[in-house]
Design a protein around this ligand. Sequence first.
Ligand code: ZN
Length: 285
Amino acid sequence: MDPVLTIVYGFVLFWGAAWGSFLNVVVWRVPNGMSVVSPPSHCPKCGHGLAWWQNVPVLGWAWLGGRCHYCKTGISARYPAVEAVTAALALAVAMPWVDGWASGELEPWRAGVGMVAEHAFLFACVAIALIDADTFMIPDALSLPLPLLGIGVALLVGDERGVGWQEAAAAAFIAGGGLLAVQWGYAALTGREGLGTGDVKLLAGLGAWLGLAALPAVLLLASVQGLLFAAGTAAVSRAGLTAERGVVSMRHVALPFGPFLVLGGVEVLLLHRQLGPVVAPWFGG
Ligand SMILES: [Zn+2]
């Protein structure tokens, strides 16, 4: 491979892993109302600060053997996993933009704006999915900016992304309004809340970023994978899941829907690019 591209892709991987490391902090601290910048990373058990080499994404955890260097408390493998997955997704998102820049198809500023914007979308989505999985809540600080940023990005690089600002705005409005109507209807029929308002804001954001035509695919992917996961979870443990929320279950298996909406959204973001010509008729474009 071209040495310049190798360096660029290496940088993108490191950039994604570093953001994954930061998202681990965000996912823990934001729901607890803590600052994401201070204090610096430390062991939650003994409070000892981390040296720089212990803070290196993925590798720091491996060098430490998955334990705190000072008190030997185990560190969850979720931390390096989030860093590695975020890095891989960041690379996948960046590839078409880097290719477009390298081949001269895209002006450098458009490639740069497009890549950074889609990375911001990706990182927000990863944080939302993990926080919703942990707490059954989606913080407004993460979900509310998504529709507005999506429309703004459509104004800048809408042609390159295939989602103009009019479509982004319409999709945010329709997705948010449509899901809100389903939520009211479900609550009126059953007296229970099936969808959180966080899901409504998230879907409005996904609509603004992915476009109106992508919404059916996002909802289908999210529902099918949510149902499969719910069926698998129910098979593994019949008891223990008693909370009331979660549309992916018909009855009492409660799952947050946000992580599956994010999963469907990220899949559409990546697949739409790769399979664009194949699936274009289904996506209406
Ligand atoms: Zn410790």
